[in-house]
Design a protein around this ligand. Structure first.
Ligand SMILES: [Zn+2]
Length: 376
């Protein structure tokens, strides 16, 4: 049995943002709430989008999305949404504002608390088609949230949970690489490695979905060919465009399920004592997870080597670690500032994460602890 769905409407290309006024009208959004974060506002990206639509120029802006979206922030944005009688959301940014907007769109039309709708707690069928419309405008190339059906939100008790439903897929994704031209090198690297990880994990997922696998391999090829160029020279338009496509492809395919890297990076991203960037976490964890999965994915590793043009005896984990180093990224969780003391709790949380079930090799808490140890 296979369940394969492709539902997203995507506008892709330099300059696409100029058509947003008609796009909003087409979706019946007359009073949008703009969701962004401080960095996006400071970079002038809210203005760069708003100037193309009258309904956006005076729209309320929630600009306080935290690095990892929280239930508290969803509630604050929801209060603003209700105060202004909004009828839809325009999310501008990386994964965090996009995921936060999905949370607001859900609670604007569904009774709380948010926890009711968490995938791991049986919430998937409770999310209805009544979710408020979201237009997603990515300004990084990594998350894929613009075409994904999931939102990752940290609840008040510290659990970082996935909210998953086809109804949470944004009604429209406007992918305009122009909006990524100013992305700093470290964020280009970190979000780009998130896209690389999405493509690899979704390809390795044992669920049957050959179209997703083909898209994932194509996205991986594009990302690996262009991530170094985009990091080295942010004004490289072709590299920016290809990275945005790779991120989009990763997002389109992870309906097939991710794996151990994300099962670990989700709870690590939910830590309150230290703020850890999702894409950087994935880059750091990927080599250890690839080593763990190797015995269960030999044929697929061979196909990845073929697609990337690597010699048949290339050690994929070592190769990825070298790629990460070449991008100037940290190599260990220690370098990221994570304390070793979190290992037992994170290993346990990883076994409960929704991404764990689709790792190609079943992993116990002890396995996750060993992968964490190897990443410190
Ligand atoms: Zn990710």
């Amino acid at each position: 049995m296979a369940l394969i769905t492709y539902l997203t409407t995507i506008k892709f290309g330099f300059g696409e943002i100029a058509g947003i006024e008609a796009d909003l009208a087409g979706l019946g959004i007359a009073r949008p709430l703009i969701v962004a974060d401080k960095g996006i506002v400071a970079a002038g990206l809210v203005d760069a989008v708003s100037r193309h639509a009258g309904v956006l120029k005076n729209a309320p802006v929630f600009g306080d999305t935290p690095t990892n979206p929280t239930e508290e922030a969803v509630e604050a944005a929801l209060a603003l949404y209700r105060q202004h009688g909004c009828d839809g959301l325009v999310a501008i940014g990386g994964g965090s504002p996009l995921d936060l907007a999905k949370g607001v769109a859900l609670l604007a039309t569904h009774d709380g608390p948010l926890e009711t709708y968490a995938a791991i707690l049986g919430g998937i069928p409770k999310v209805t088609a009544g979710v408020a419309p979201v237009v997603a405008i990515p300004t990084t190339s990594g998350t894929g949230s613009e075409v994904g059906r999931a939102a990752l939100i940290t609840l008040k008790d510290g659990r970082k949970l996935g909210f998953i439903s086809p109804h949470l897929i944004p009604r429209l994704a406007i992918c305009d690489p122009e909006l990524t031209m100013g992305l700093p090198a470290w964020l280009t690297a970190a979000t780009g490695m998130d896209a690389v990880t999405h493509c690899i994990e979704t390809y390795l997922s044992p669920r049957e979905n050959p179209p997703a696998e083909a898209i994932a391999l194509d996205g991986l090829r594009r990302a690996v060919a262009h991530i170094g160029r985009a990091v080295k020279d942010g004004s490289d338009r072709e590299a920016r465009k290809e990275m945005m496509m790779a991120a989009l492809q990763g997002g389109m395919t992870f309906q097939k399920g991710l794996g151990a890297v994300h099962a670990l990076s989700h709870p690590l991203g939910g830590l309150k004592e230290v703020s850890l960037h999702h894409g950087t976490l994935n880059a750091v964890l990927l080599p250890a997870v690839l080593r763990f999965n190797a015995p269960s994915a030999e044929a697929k590793y061979a196909e990845i080597r073929r697609v990337l043009g690597l010699a048949p005896d290339t050690d994929l984990a070592d190769w990825i670690a070298k790629l990460v180093a070449s991008l100037g990224m940290p190599a260990t969780l220690t370098a990221m500032g994570a304390p070793r003391s979190v290992i037992p709790a994170i290993a346990e949380a990883a076994t409960l994460d929704h991404s764990s079930a689709t790792n190609p090799r079943p992993a116990t808490a002890a396995d996750y602890a060993a992968m964490l140890e190897a990443s410190f």
